[in-house]
Ligand binder design. Structure first.
Ligand code: GLN
Length: 475
């Protein structure tokens, strides 16, 4: 049996029945990682993983001997995006400036997973500083799409998603600021979830844009997504924006469910094949008894521009701490300014510099009202669009991306084209809403296409319950 094809739940059953051990599971995934040419991992923690697996096996044996059950994640091997801190391991964010940075503490999500007895296989590749949409800008080289090695896996959680899609991890954690979990999940045919802002602690996540960043699960199916989400969510005193909320399963069927379909998400720019796959998926929901209602989110066309003011503004503040003195790369200079110029000059990639400049400009006196303040007002309008929609419907169904995985190098020299990859994943983030990407079908070239399900704040249980129904219809 190929252990790396099993879901978390199936792996758990196998561990419970004594069919295999966590060490067997871990070795199987490590074997795939070693054979792989996809470049999904930056750091592979083989020894640590095997040690954690041994400890998990002991814990499982002990529980079973006394007739007790054990946690669903105990002994399950995972990959962690390399912008989430694991104490004692390098945490690079794929950026030159943090290349040799060693995490001094565990992120809250890591602490939670450690308590469950999860096995960490290593740190997964990402776009430099979690900015990008293709997985190509990492200083450790591009990750490749396992469905077609001439194409990108999407980004920025490129390594996390590729690892899950290629049997190099049972599940992974990624982060989503404007689409970084959902868009690559769509490109690689796995499940990716960006929870409501505040549902999961951001403590120990290297900040990109703090009002948008969320950590979330990347899994092989919806059931696993629910398992991981439950394990990592909840209030954390180290993150003031985290919320005290408890996930509760919801029994819900498609029958009578009101599904909104935003017409702006099928307008010019979307590829015909993607449109066809998503429309036929929506038709399947309708045939199963859902009521399909066309809705409008009129501010959609401003969302991308708004995101590229607010995001960079927050980036320019967050990345100010990477000054060549407090953290990371530090270059010698003749005076303080020279140290700054050299350390930042060599440490930051071109996209990061672009955003710092954009953000600094938008926040500067004289331009603040015209750019930053205006963008905050637009953000309000985007939020109101969704509020109105959710007064009429339960959930929204739409595409994740206007196109499937594109060719390596295709958009690398054109930032605007790259930004457009997130045109459907960004708006809901401005409103702090949860969004899920799940496999909906494949193009004629065999490229996966994801369906996006958007819910109201803290209605992840509704999203996941309906996604599970959709999964049954689609497989
Ligand atoms: N592609 C978007 C950006 O570059 C989103 C990135 C992310 O979600 N981390 O900002």
């Amino acid at each position: 049996m190929d252990l790396t094809t099993l879901t978390i739940k199936q792996s758990h059953e196998g561990l419970k029945n004594g069919d295999f051990t966590s060490v067997d599971l871990t070795k199987a995934y490590l074997e795939n990682i070693k054979k792989s040419d996809l470049n999904a991992f930056i750091t592979v923690t083989e020894e640590l993983a095997l040690e954690q697996a041994r400890v998990a096996d002991e814990r499982i044996a002990l529980r079973l001997r006394s007739g007790q059950t054990f946690g669903l994640l105990c002994g399950i091997p995972c990959a962690i995006k390399d912008n989430i801190l694991i104490e004692g391991l390098n945490c690079t964010a794929s950026s030159r400036i943090l290349e040799n940075y060693v995490a001094p503490y565990d992120a809250t999500v890591i602490k939670k997973l450690k308590e469950q007895g999860v096995v960490f296989l290593g740190k997964a590749n990402l776009d430099d500083s979690a900015m990008g949409a293709s997985g190509e800008t990492s200083i450790f080289g591009a990750t490749k799409n396992p469905h077609d090695r001439t194409r990108v896996p999407g980004g920025t959680s490129s390594g996390s998603v590729t690892a899950v899609a290629a049997g190099e991890a049972a599940f992974a954690l990624g982060s989503d600021t404007g689409g970084s979990i959902r868009q690559p999940s769509s490109f690689c045919g796995v499940v990716g979830f960006s929870p409501t802002y505040g549902a999961v602690s951001r403590y120990g996540l290297i900040a990109h844009a703090s009002s948008l960043d969320q950590i979330g699960p990347i899994t092989k199916n919806i059931e696993d997504c629910e398992i991981v989400f439950e394990a990592i969510s909840g209030k954390d005193k180290m993150d003031a924006t985290s919320t005290d909320y408890k996930f509760e399963e919801l029994g819900i069927s498609l029958k009578g469910l009101k599904i909104g379909v935003p017409k702006e998400y099928f307008a010019a720019g979307i590829e015909e094949e993607v449109k066809k796959i998503i429309k036929s998926t929506i038709k399947k929901a309708e045939d199963a008894g859902a009521e399909i209602i066309e809705i409008s989110l009129p501010s959609t066309e401003y969302a991308l521009a708004c995101y590229y003011i607010i995001g960079p503004s927050e980036i320019s503040a967050n990345l100010a701490r990477l000054d060549g003195i407090k953290y990371g790369l530090s270059e010698n200079g003749k005076d303080l300014l020279d140290v700054y110029l050299k350390s930042k000059g060599h440490g930051f990639g071109p996209e990061i510099k672009r955003r710092i400049m954009l953000g600094t400009y938008s926040l500067s006196s004289g331009y603040y009202d015209a750019y930053y303040k205006k963008a905050q007002e637009v953000r309000q309008l985007v939020r109101q669009d969704f509020e109105k929609a959710f007064s009429k419907v339960d959930l929204l169904f739409c595409p994740v991306s206007p196109f499937p995985a594109f060719k390596l190098g295709e958009k690398l020299d054109d930032p605007l084209l790259m930004y457009l990859a997130d045109i459907y994943t960004i708006p809901l983030k401005l409103a702090g809403l949860p969004g899920l990407s799940m496999p909906a079908g494949k193009t004629e070239d065999g490229l996966p296409v994801g369906l996006q399900i958007i819910g109201n704040h803290f209605e992840e249980n509704k999203i996941l319950a309906v996604a599970e129904e959709m999964e049954k219809l689609l497989t």
